[in-house]
Design a binder for this molecule. Structure first.
Ligand SMILES: *Cc1c(COP(=O)(O)O)cnc(C)c1O
Length: 471
């Protein structure tokens, strides 16, 4: 198995570790495997009651095709998902519970920064540190965050001697907790930059800076990096194993979505042979993806700030990986499709001779929620099941309820409520007690934790030059 770019007609193959350090392909495309590795029925049976660290190892192993030695990979999985890093529940890293409304909820947020981003970042940090030391190289990474990616990456990369991590975040929109959490990592090899703009501006800046030959070697921690997607595939296996009575039974997943990274990992799991029937893409008021899966038109719509800020996007980078499959892995067509989208802000699948039904055939469905829907779902879940869910999870649960049929529905819980206390207070009139490790977080933040810049590539480049020169 080799990694290819969605826009490279020549199909120049790269290895998993090349792609890990490179992030975006030089032609602007995203890396995908040239074929999806497979799990047989017997292999699934053998893995069914394995601990998460073993599931993560076995699934990753197939996805990296020998690029990292087995014993090293095994150690990484054990360390990434250790009890030291994760607040295990009944020994589970990604526990599934059955709620009073008949939905299953899979908690992906027990890691160091209380969002599902930790699942991938804890692996990514270890893989990058290992590969860079093998190559005797160092790497400067520029990333963009709407809140959760930043702190998860910083927790994973803090103190690594061969990586400098600069994160761009929007000046407005993140919760106080998210801002404080990121700020707490500033210093040493971690640089936090606040951009006068939205998340989309941050994401565009990353692409603009990387296009400058001087910065072509910048690494990526956003989910444009295939390693992020690959590290998220195993928890779909674990969720499946916890719910399916027999291997072969079908389950559905509902996934609160923004940049389309999480649900894409579910799609990869399905392609690898995990018996997933449907993948429901759940969006908030920024419903670019819901519209896309409903009418086949992908349209860039300015993002508004909502009570589920980690999903506030106007375009979904990872969708390019899906459309590549939908267009029969034709790189010319994918490049043209993305060119039309990037130049006009809108592209229709039908113009490429593909019906919107193509998404359905691959298992996709979608829905969207409003602020009022999420508040009501937080309240009813608390009433039904005595658990407090965060607004992103509430988005998934709201849509999951509407989409549930006779097949078990697993909703992914993508953050802990502690990250969004204002919305929880609005819904319930109180906030649950914080886990010990997050108490007093906002008290320790220093005023110079963030450098504030205009949304201009020149400003970011200048700061990067200054910071990396002094290393
Ligand atoms: C990042 C994030 C999402 C969206 O995930 P994508 O992979 O970007 O689709 C949803 N919920 C939370 C809490 C997040 O941090």
């Amino acid at each position: 198995m080799r990694m290819i770019s969605t826009r490279d007609t020549g199909r120049t193959g790269r290895s998993y570790t090349d792609v890990l350090l490179e992030g975006l392909a030089p032609d602007g495309g995203l890396y995908v495997p040239d074929e999806y590795p497979q799990f047989s029925h017997d292999e699934l049976v053998a893995l069914q009651s394995a601990p998460y660290t073993r599931i993560a190892f076995e699934v990753k192993r197939k996805l990296i095709s020998g690029a990292i030695p087995d014993d090293v990979l095994k150690t990484m999985a054990s360390e990434a998902y250790s009890e030291k890093n994760f607040d295990l529940v009944n020994g589970q890293v990604v526990p599934v519970t059955l709620n009073g409304d008949g939905l299953y909820v899979q908690n992906l947020s027990l890691g160091p920064t209380a969002a599902f981003k930790d699942m991938a970042m804890q692996f990514l940090g270890r893989e990058m540190a290992y590969e860079l030391s093998q190559r005797k190289e160092s790497l400067v990474i520029l990333g963009a965050t709407s809140g959760d990616t930043g702190s998860a990456a910083e927790a994973a990369f803090k103190g690594l001697s061969n990586v400098t991590l600069a994160m761009l975040s929007p000046l407005e929109g993140m919760s106080d907790f998210q801002r404080a959490q990121m700020g707490s990592f500033s210093g040493g090899n971690i640089i936090n930059i606040s951009i006068r703009g939205r998340f989309d501006d941050c994401q565009d800046l990353v692409k603009a800076v990387k296009q400058d030959p001087e910065f072509a070697k910048l690494g990526a921690v956003n989910s444009i990096n295939w390693a992020r997607i690959a590290a998220q595939v195993p928890y779909y296996f674990s969720g499946y194993f916890q719910v399916a009575k027999n291997i072969g039974d079908l389950v559905d997943f509902t996934v609160p979505s923004g940049n389309f990274g999480n649900v894409l990992s579910g799609y990869i799991a399905k392609q690898m042979g995990l018996p997933i029937r449907r993948l429901v893409v759940a969006t908030n008021e920024n419903s670019v993806l819901h519209k896309l899966f409903t009418n086949g038109v992908y349209e860039n719509t300015p993002a508004q700030i909502t009570s589920s800020p980690s999903m506030d996007i106007s375009k979904a980078s990872n969708y390019e990986r899906l459309v590549f499959d939908v267009l029969d892995k034709d790189a010319d067509e994918t490049r043209e499709y993305m060119r039309i989208f990037n130049s006009t802000g809108k592209v229709s699948l039908e113009d490429f001779g593909v019906s919107v039904r193509a998404f359905e055939k691959l298992g996709f469905d979608s829905g969207s929620s409003t602020h009022a829907n999420r508040l009501e779902t937080i309240r009813s879940t608390y009433k039904d099941s005595s658990i407090v869910i965060d607004p992103h999870t509430a988005d998934g649960v709201f849509i999951g309820r509407a989409k549930k049929t006779d097949v078990p529905m697993i909703c992914l819980a993508t953050a802990l409520p502690v990250k969004f206390e204002n919305t929880i207070r609005e819904a319930l009139g109180f906030v649950p007690e914080r886990p010990q490790r997050f108490r007093g977080l906002e008290d320790v933040i220093t005023t110079d934790a963030f450098t504030i810049l205009d949304a201009q590539a020149v400003a970011v480049k200048e700061l990067l030059r200054k910071c990396t020169m002094s290393l």
